[in-house]
Design a protein around this ligand. Structure first.
Ligand code: ASP
Length: 397
């Protein structure tokens, strides 16, 4: 009985009831937005201190610079190769589906806030903080991670007593943030109910049907990547049963689905990875924050499919060469996307510009973006969690 009413099961129920409430009680569902926002704020509140502390502790607890290199290289290798695999899957799916040029499709009347400034230059700049306190305050996750890594490496060179003081201090912060995460997780059934109900009421489900071909392609692509590609990688390289692992970490996936934010999900991913899946603290503390920021398999796959769908709307035929350009730019655009709702939509401009698809075409897919964001964020977080499990296997205690 206790198991039946577990937080995970109640969270699933929250999502289902949220969808129903959003469809049938639209006005009331719009009113409960503050409840969902409060839940999201609570998660975001602990994200930055948690990232700072966990990345620091994870690096500072490694015994040598070689060990840092070893874990870093393996993590980056995993992230880059799975992102590439995700985009390739997306491109193959689109080539198999063959979008028929959608008829009667109109541009969404929502305002498109597209940052046309996104470029390689801004991508490079996004790595280096000029004022770490500003980056902390503004929640610039990549800046915080990079500073935290440098800080931890420098601490490794200090005298032992100084090193111990600083490391214990951040270790304490890390553990207390995870305790707060646990408290917030207990509120997730209510939080996800409000978030999902509001989004369904605001956006309406009907747009999903008018863009069904595109929605289906994204769902099929994400499903293949999450179940087949990542499942096989977990099984063959990580030597874990992906289904069993899925059950251990599902709370994080439910939160990812409901919040559409890898960053906001991070406290929950770290909680379940360490406490339920038994992943070493130094691995979870490094691999997951980095993954929430640069590893976005779902987003990469989605951007490739979106670009090819919009191209077909404009009657643009994409040659193999152009599809290869999409492959590279979608991978980069996903790395550059922040772990927040709709971030992928902004970085998608890089992909569109690279192959000459009109940027205004983004307005075409805007109405379903928020729903697809839920799915791609879930795959993003699943990719991070599989990565943590695999790296955990190769890192000694
Ligand atoms: N919402 C996604 C995430 O947080 C990013 C995106 O694709 O928009 O992982």
């Amino acid at each position: 009985m206790k198991k039946l009413f577990s937080i995970e099961n109640l969270t699933v129920l929250g999502i289902i009831l949220g969808i129903a409430f959003g469809v049938f009680f639209k006005e009331q569902a719009l009113l409960i937005k503050p409840l969902g926002d409060a839940f999201l704020s609570a998660l975001k509140m602990i994200t930055i201190p948690l990232i700072f502390a966990s990345v620091f502790v994870s690096i500072a607890s490694l015994s040598s610079v070689n060990e840092i290199k070893d874990m870093g290289i393996k993590t980056i290798l995993y992230y880059f190769s799975t992102t590439a695999l995700a985009v390739a899957t997306g491109i193959i799916v689109v080539n198999l589906i063959h979008f028929s040029p959608p008829e009667g499709l109109t541009f969404s009347d929502e305002n498109v806030h597209i940052n046309k400034e996104f470029s390689f230059e801004s991508l490079i700049k996004s790595f280096i903080p000029s004022n770490i306190f500003q980056s902390l305050a503004e929640g610039k996750v990549l800046h915080v991670i990079i500073f935290s890594i440098l800080f931890a490496i420098s601490v490794l060179t200090l005298q032992q007593y100084k090193k111990d003081i600083i490391t214990n201090f951040f270790d304490g912060i890390n553990d207390s943030m995870l305790t707060i995460a646990k408290w917030i997780i207990n509120l997730s059934p209510l939080g996800v109910f409000a978030l999902v109900a509001y989004i369904v009421a605001e956006k309406g489900l009907s747009s999903i049907f008018s863009l069904w071909q595109y929605v289906l392609a994204v769902i099929v692509g994400l499903f293949i990547h999450a179940v087949v590609n990542l499942g096989l990688i977990a099984f063959l390289i990580g030597k874990v049963n992906p289904f069993k692992y899925f059950l251990q970490v599902k709370e994080a996936l439910l939160i990812a689905f409901s919040t559409s934010s890898s960053s906001a999900t991070l406290p929950v991913s770290m909680e379940v990875a360490e406490k339920k899946a038994g992943i070493k603290k130094k691995v979870a503390g490094f691999v997951l924050p980095l993954g929430a920021t640069i590893n976005m398999d779902g987003t990469a796959l989605y951007e490739a499919i979106a670009a090819m769908f919009v191209a077909s709307f404009y009657g643009i035929h994409l040659s193999i060469g152009e599809q290869i350009i999409i492959f590279f730019t979608a991978s980069l655009a996903a790395i550059g996307a922040a772990g927040i709702p709709s971030a992928g939509l902004v970085t998608m401009t890089l992909v569109f510009s690279a192959v000459g698809i009109p940027l205004e075409g983004i307005a075409l897919i805007l109405s379903v973006d928020r729903f697809l964001d839920m799915l791609r964020t879930t795959v993003n977080v699943w990719g991070d969690l599989i990565g943590a499990k695999i790296i955990d296997r190769f890192v000694k205690d």
